[in-house]
Design a protein around this ligand. Structure first.
Ligand SMILES: [Ca+2]
Ligand SMILES: [Ca+2]
Length: 310
């Protein structure tokens, strides 16, 4: 008797994710596989800028604009024809949300720009779409000292899923639950630091829109206007400076400004008297140090100036 070969044949099986998310400008590559001897593979409603390669089992292309694109991929064998729906999200890259910082992404999904939830009525960054036990991080390097200002908003499972801002991995603050736009100012200490905005989800449950938003991020480094005054350290609540005063000056004061127009004397030279300090009998000394207290809620720009008079 001849050998009998039994071939099992069932409907084709298509393996492909139901959803894909790419940033506008990125090259799109969507892999898939089909089993059970398909004799024909194709796609319906495939955008014209996407190409399906049946042999390599991949869909490639470049999206012309952001949006949601739905298509289906089908496969046919002698027994049946099956199809699988795919949703492709093309998201906007981050653009004008900050003035001078180069943002990077980490975690399970990238932050992106959108126009539905904004503080400035233009666009704002939104955390990437994630599931339980995942996070979406937007991070950059900043050099301090300086002040960071931004607006943030969250809609999440209160106390379990939250939007946080961290510096060098340490929590500075977080919001959770249903929080509408709030302004936040943070002091960046002297030196290089890792600044991160992270939307984090715990192991179960979701609530609200399940995302965090950041808008109008502004970072301004502190400026020192005198060559004879420099910053030696800075923390979240104070800045330490050193300065020298030439012995020919009979009085001096240190002033600060948040806009470069209005200057107010600080208390630091003066034993509680905020105005001019006269030269002590023993002279000014070679080098002086002083702390300037900072208020995180004040305007983020800080200018410091040493003023002297003959
Ligand atoms: Ca904006
Ligand atoms: Ca949760």
């Amino acid at each position: 008797m001849d050998k009998v070969e039994i071939l099992y044949t069932g409907s084709p099986e298509i393996t492909i994710n139901k959803e894909f998310s790419f940033t506008l400008g990125d090259e799109i590559k969507i892999p898939f596989s089909v089993s059970n001897n398909p004799n024909s593979i194709g796609a319906d409603n495939l955008p014209e800028w996407l190409t399906i390669d049946q042999n390599q089992a991949v869909i490639t292309g470049n999206a012309p604009e952001e949006g949601t694109y739905n298509f289906s991929i089908w496969a046919e064998n002698s027994l049946n024809r099956v199809s699988q729906d795919v949703a492709l999200f093309i998201i906007k890259p981050l653009n004008e949300e900050s003035n001078s910082l180069n943002w990077e992404f980490a975690g399970n999904a990238n932050w992106f720009s959108q126009e539905n939830y904004t503080h400035d009525q233009k666009s704002a960054a939104q955390s990437g779409q994630i599931i339980d036990d995942q996070y979406s991080s937007l991070w950059t390097n900043v050099t301090g000292p300086g002040s960071l200002s931004f607006w943030w908003k969250v809609s999440s499972e209160e106390d379990y899923d939250f939007l946080s801002v961290r510096l060098d991995g340490e929590y500075i603050d977080y919001i959770s639950g249903d929080i509408d736009w709030q302004n936040k100012n943070i002091r960046i200490p002297i030196g290089n630091h890792l600044l991160e905005f992270i939307y984090t989800k715990d192991v179960s449950e979701s609530a609200g829109l399940d995302a965090g938003w950041i808008d109008e991020i502004t970072y301004i480094r502190d400026e020192i206007l005198n060559a004879n005054l420099e910053i030696i350290s800075a923390s979240l609540d104070s800045i330490r400076i050193k300065f020298s005063i030439d012995s020919s000056f009979s009085r001096a004061r240190i002033v600060k400004s948040y806009d470069g127009i209005t200057w107010t004397p600080t208390l630091i030279l003066s034993n509680g008297n905020s105005e001019w300090v006269n030269k002590p009998a023993e002279g000014w000394g070679i080098m002086n140090e002083a702390n300037i207290p900072l208020n995180n809620l004040e305007n983020p720009t800080l200018l410091i100036r040493l003023e002297t008079e003959k």
